[in-house]
Ligand binder design. Sequence first.
Ligand SMILES: *Cc1c(COP(=O)(O)O)cnc(C)c1O
Length: 347
Amino acid sequence: MIDLRSDTVTKPSQAMREAMFAAPVGDDVYGDDATANSLEESVAHLLGKEAGLFTPSGSLANQLAIRMLVKPGEELLSETHSHIVRAELGAAAVFSGITTRTWLADRGILKASDVLEIARPDSGPYLVSTTAIAVENTHNFGGGSIQPLNEIAELRRESQALGIAMHLDGARLWNAHVATGIALKDYAQHFDTVSVCLSKGLGAPVGSVMVGSKELVATARQWRKRYGAGMRQIGMLAAAGHFALDNNIARLSEDHRRAQLIATAAHSISPTFVDPTTVDTNIVALDLRAIKATASEVNASLKAEGILASALGPKFLRLVTHLDVNDGDIEATCVALKKVLSNALVA
Ligand SMILES: *Cc1c(COP(=O)(O)O)cnc(C)c1O
């Protein structure tokens, strides 16, 4: 099976496992895990922030960050199809009493004006006050789309003047950085908090890091413990993160090139499926609205050909490239995809 359901399916390589095996460890709740400490410092440094906090998942990194920025009964703005709103099981409401209001954006791509139009800081005694905005880069359900830096900068300028904080869900910020050449710091400078994932395209088995100011991260560390995610000898996991940062960032361009091949194959069957110029990174979002078959039907046909994809909506099929697939796998994927989509087109 060629597994393109997500870049989370990657497994630690032999070399990564050796780095994990050899890692110096200590009790991280006591602050004694040297490998975890250095990973947090490295990621904070890469993103130009004072401090970092290792978390077992990206969802927890996001949730700790927005908890620091938004008080119970206040409001976080986020895009309609963002991970924070759609894929974290309502955690912001359940754990933090945060209400969310959303703006809708084509492919999830940020326009500062869309957000500013609905932002309502200092709403007084009757209405909910906006205190933070979350931006997702790259945008997962938007098809791995990259957020324009000028729109981020404008949103930061305008929202800061209104006293509104900003969080970056940068689970795949690495992909945006590699695709554009824009430094991670240059993205991160516009945000109070940033979360990044080590367990997607970077190939670590577990882990995300949340970064921000020293004070904010110290408070988030208490909340991480309160949520039950104070971990002990996590140096073995942090070592995988170090290995990922050292070895697996630049190679993301391979994933992007391979996503282009898949998009081009689908486009050659019908341009309605996907426009390859809109595939910015490693996610190919296929639009099946022009055919009768549903995403789960196409998914089942692909599975019969040995290809695993994700049906994320009735007419939305997602294929994600990652470090555990090679050029041969992509060639086989294109052959299978052409066969399945041609059949679906005439059905
Ligand atoms: C994967 C992902 C996360 C975090 O997911 P976890 O499964 O909790 O690690 C957060 N944001 C985005 C955009 C993601 O794609």
